[in-house]
Design a binder for this molecule. Structure first.
Ligand code: NI
Length: 226
């Protein structure tokens, strides 16, 4: 399941965030890669354990926490501290699958990557190429969102970033360990929650709102590890 979340941060916040990360130190993107990914990855990354990365990442974490669509789609248990990357001058990241388990350097923190997230921080018109292409059971999906919008996709899927042939593609990326490990179950919960929210808007007094909400919570109780 691919879920896009438009404008998870505002355009003003995007430009403030860009200013903050621009002032940081950028290094070869392969500092976080395994040997297999390193063969196909060409980009730059904001130095992982710097104050700037932490500060910019915390801003994103706050935005995620207050976004109902993100919570509903990811049912997050743990979120990896956001990282930042930049592709320019033909840089690209070939086909790969993200590592299943990710520790945080120098910390007693690691997560199982159930979902991968990319938050676009450059407008699509400002660069050519740079699409995130995700393969799933329904085929191949090409994603290039406006600045401030986020895509969530299963970490188990094969994906790549096409070469950036003009301008620069700047994004934040991170992983989520969900309270619900199974993707199929997560999808059912997301669909059910979305339906309840819709009904709640269209017909808030309908007695089924309470019944469906109770079914939702009972499924979460059955399937989630908190
Ligand atoms: Ni990846």
């Amino acid at each position: 399941m691919l879920v896009s979340i438009e404008n998870i941060i505002t355009k003003d916040d995007v430009s403030r965030l860009r200013d903050v990360i621009n002032s940081g130190q950028w290094v070869d993107g392969n500092v976080t890669s395994g040997p297999q990914a390193a063969k196909v990855k060409r980009n730059a990354q904001l130095e992982e354990s710097s104050d700037i990365t932490r500060k910019a990442g915390n801003f994103i974490l706050d935005a995620l926490q207050s976004n109902p669509r993100f919570i509903s789609a990811a049912l997050p248990h743990k979120v990896y501290p956001p990282l930042f990357n930049r592709y320019e001058g033909g840089q690209t990241f070939g086909n790969h699958v993200d590592n299943a388990i990710r520790p945080v350097k120098g910390q007693d923190f690691r997560i199982r990557t159930d979902l991968s997230a990319s938050l676009f921080l450059a407008e699509p018109d400002d660069y050519d190429g740079g699409e995130l292409v995700i393969e799933d059971t329904y085929g191949s999906h090409s994603v290039k969102l406006s600045a401030g919008s986020l895509i969530l996709y299963p970490s188990s899927s094969l994906h790549r970033v096409l070469p950036v042939t003009r301008g620069a593609r700047v994004a934040s990326f991170f992983w989520i360990q969900s309270m619900v490990r199974d993707e199929g179950k997560r999808r059912i919960l997301f669909d059910l929650d979305t339906t309840i929210q819709k009904l709640n808007i269209e017909n808030p007094d309908h007695e089924s709102v309470v019944d469906l909400t109770s079914i939702y919570h009972n499924l979460v109780r059955r399937w989630a590890d908190a």
